[in-house]
Design a binder for this molecule. Structure first.
Ligand code: SF4
Ligand code: SF4
Length: 96
C-alpha cells in the first residue's frame, strides 16, 4: 500500500482506500520460535481467521495474506513461542 492509498477521516482517523491482502495494511505479524513449540496445534485452533496452517515439519505458521495480526494465537500459545513483530518501521498513515 502506498501513502496515496490512505485518506484521513476528520484529519485524525486513517482509512485505507485500496488493499489486496492483509499484508497491505497489517503492520505486525506473528513469528514462531520452533525451539519452544511442542506442536500441540492450539494456535491453529484459536486463529479466528483460519490463517494458521501446519507445515511439512509439523510446526505451525501463518499465511500472512490472511493474518490480521490480532494476537489471539499469541495469547493462546501456552509455551509462549509466538511473538508479534513489526513488518514496517512506521505504519503508512504515519509517513509524512
Ligand atoms: S500453541 Fe504454541 S506450542 Fe502449540 S503448536 Fe502453536 S506455537 Fe506450538
Ligand atoms: S495474529 Fe490473529 S489472525 Fe494472525 S495468525 Fe494469529 S490469531 Fe490468526
Amino acid at each position: 500500500m502506498k501513502k496515496d492509498d490512505i485518506i484521513s477521516f476528520g484529519s485524525t482517523i486513517p482509512i485505507a482506500t485500496r488493499f489486496d491482502t492483509n499484508e497491505d495494511w497489517r503492520f505486525e505479524r506473528p513469528v514462531w520460535n520452533q525451539e519452544k513449540c511442542i506442536q500441540c496445534g492450539v494456535c491453529f485452533l484459536s486463529c479466528p481467521d483460519g490463517a494458521i496452517h501446519e507445515n511439512d515439519e509439523g510446526y505451525y505458521e501463518a499465511d500472512l495474506q490472511y493474518c490480521k495480526g490480532c494476537g489471539v494465537c499469541i495469547q493462546q500459545c501456552w509455551t509462549g513461542c509466538i511473538t508479534l513483530e513489526p513488518t514496517v518501521e512506521r505504519p503508512p498513515w504515519l509517513i509524512k
